[in-house]
Design a protein around this ligand. Structure first.
Ligand SMILES: Nc1nc2c(c(=O)[nH]1)N[C@H]1C(S)=C(S)[C@@H](COP(=O)(O)O)O[C@H]1N2
Ligand SMILES: [Mo]
Length: 192
């Protein structure tokens, strides 16, 4: 469902609206194809799971229309994304009661961390399409994470691993001074 609030109420403090879709990453292009992409669920789980592209497509597919906020101050409204609810993917591995945090692992060596609860939200996707087209390599295709309620750096591109942990393990940007929580409405950009 599209958000019907006027756009100025949907742009968090310090952000401005853009119409394009900038590319932000470390400059490493893993060049993964559908055939060689895998997603490994490991750590504090009842059973480790490795998912391939065909298996991802057998899970229920979901579309969300969300606003995407990048810490570098751009916000794009009403982006249509498609994929599988992260909670449906996670359920396949049955995280143990000790699992409270996750580390997202990407094929370019990037990592980012979130509370497990943040991944269970009904707008968080293991995404493969945006604006009715397959995710391009520069936007994290074939498969990336989408976490609309956090700044974009939590939305790991080229997602290849979800590690379930007891303790919080800060990721690539979090150890370099970015905020651990990354809520755009609280302007959680840097530091804690
Ligand atoms: N694997 C990986 N994921 C990543 C990054 C990265 O460098 N590597 N950059 C993050 C940052 S800082 C942002 S703002 C978003 C940008 O996504 P986009 O390039 O599709 O706009 O991806 C995030 N996910
Ligand atoms: Mo970013």
């Amino acid at each position: 469902m599209t958000d019907s609030r006027p756009s100025h109420l949907r742009i968090p403090p310090g952000q401005h609206q853009v119409q394009d879709f900038p590319v932000l990453d470390l400059g490493i292009r893993p060049g993964l194809t559908h055939d060689d992409w895998r997603l490994r669920l490991f750590g504090e789980v009842a059973q480790e799971v490795v998912l391939d592209w065909g298996q991802l497509l057998t899970l229920p597919q979901t579309k969300v229309v969300i606003d995407f906020h990048c810490v570098t101050t751009w916000t794009r409204l009403d982006m249509a994304w498609e994929g599988v609810l992260a909670r449906d993917v996670i359920a396949l591995a049955s995280p143990t009661p000790a699992a409270r945090h996750v580390v997202l692992h990407s094929a370019d060596g990037y990592t980012t961390n979130l509370p497990l609860a943040a991944l269970l939200d009904d707008d968080v996707l293991v995404a493969h399409s945006v604006e009715d087209a397959p995710l391009s390599d520069d936007h994290g295709g074939p498969v990336r994470l989408l976490v609309p309620k956090r700044y974009g750096w939590k939305s790991a591109k080229w997602l290849t691993g979800i590690e379930f942990t007891r303790d919080d393990h800060p990721g690539y940007w979090e150890v370099r001074g970015y905020h651990n929580e990354a809520d755009p409405w609280k302007e959680e950009r840097y530091g804690d």
